[in-house]
Write a protein that binds this ligand. Structure first.
Ligand SMILES: [Ca+2]
Ligand SMILES: [Ca+2]
Ligand SMILES: [Ca+2]
Length: 333
């Protein structure tokens, strides 16, 4: 009896697995059948592109570079492209300021997670004002500064997708006498806001005299005295030394040699405000003679906005009489 037997096909050992077809397919693209024909391209020293014959090589330094010589083939190995994530938006302006009534171009860029940036076209950005006197930003990122009485901080914002970025800017006070109803009265708006608050305020008028002394607000501003104090007194000065306290003009006498000067305080902004200060001298309070000497600045204090100046006190007037009286005339052009 013929016996037959059948033996089932043996299964592959479990540790020998056939690779998935897809994997082989993928490798074949780079390792063709004729593995012996592989040539090795020279990797560019910077990891950039190199080529020779039918080969174009894009690889990073240190990566395998063998590719097929048949046909024009491109092999890409390693980090030849860089992927990044967006982490925020940066807004910039150069400089980070805008003049009142003027404009400043804002620029926006994406901040990437690899510490680089990617410029954004301004129309892609939604612009807004977070705070401060920036009156508007057009679609092209052009910001306009509002009218201010002093240099004033503001914050602007650029938004795109889910990101937004802020920039602090300064709105520069380039005209010291143009702020709302305080403008155009020859008194620095900053001084008016400091003593009388935000406009409008009738007691801040140049002809008003809220403290009831003999000096109008205009004269108090021009002389640096307190418009709320009827007892400002005469100016006090430490010359040389560098300090002074504004007050009514004073006559100063120095000896060895004898030198008499007429000292007064004026605004450091007198020129831009159109203010002129004219010391005048008289024998009889009837006829006054104006000083023809340009005042000498003894102490300048831009921090307070005032300076101490002096002219020689004439012992004798052009009419030959003694100068027994003096006064300071302050005018606005
Ligand atoms: Ca201004
Ligand atoms: Ca003013
Ligand atoms: Ca007064």
């Amino acid at each position: 009896m013929k016996r037959s037997s059948s033996r089932p096909c043996a299964a592959l050992p479990s540790r020998i697995k056939a690779p998935a077809a897809g994997l082989w397919s993928g490798l074949l693209l780079i390792f063709p059948v004729h593995a012996a024909d592989l040539t090795t391209a020279t990797v560019d020293s910077g990891g950039g592109r190199s080529s020779g014959g039918p080969v174009v090589q894009d690889a990073s330094v240190g990566y395998f570079a063998g590719i097929s010589p048949a046909g024009v083939t491109t092999a890409k190995q390693g980090y030849i492209g860089q992927l990044y994530d967006l982490v925020g938006i940066a807004v910039a302006a150069t400089p980070a300021s805008v003049d009142e009534g003027g404009t400043r171009q804002l620029d926006a860029s994406f901040i990437l997670d690899d510490a680089t940036s990617l410029a954004l076209a301004e129309p892609e950005v939604a612009w807004s004002v977070v705070s401060g006197p920036v009156t508007g930003i057009d679609s092209g990122g052009l910001a306009t500064g509002g009218i201010v009485y002093e240099d004033t901080p503001a914050t602007v914002r650029g938004s795109h997708l889910a990101f937004e970025g802020d920039l602090d800017v300064t709105v520069r006070n380039v005209d010291c006498d143009n702020y709302l109803s305080y403008g155009g009265d020859a008194m620095a708006d900053e001084w008016q806001v400091a003593f009388f608050g935000a406009p409008p305020n009738a007691t801040a008028d140049p002809f008003a005299n809220p403290d009831g002394d003999q000096f109008s607000n205009f004269f108090e501003f021009a002389s640096g005295t307190d418009p709320h104090s009827p007892d400002s007194g005469s100016l006090m000065a430490d010359v040389p030394g560098g300090t002074f306290t504004p007050g009514a003009p004073a006559i100063h006498v120095a000896f060895s040699p004898l030198r008499v000067t007429y000292r007064f305080v004026r605004s450091v902004k007198h020129s831009v405000l159109g203010l002129t200060y004219t010391p005048e001298f008289s024998h009889d309070l009837s006829q006054f003679f104006a000083s023809a000497t340009t005042p000498t600045v003894l102490i300048s204090d831009p921090g307070t906005g005032y300076e101490l100046v002096a002219v020689p006190y004439p012992l004798f007037l052009p009419n030959g009489r003694k100068a027994q009286f003096s006064r300071l005339e302050i005018n606005h052009d």
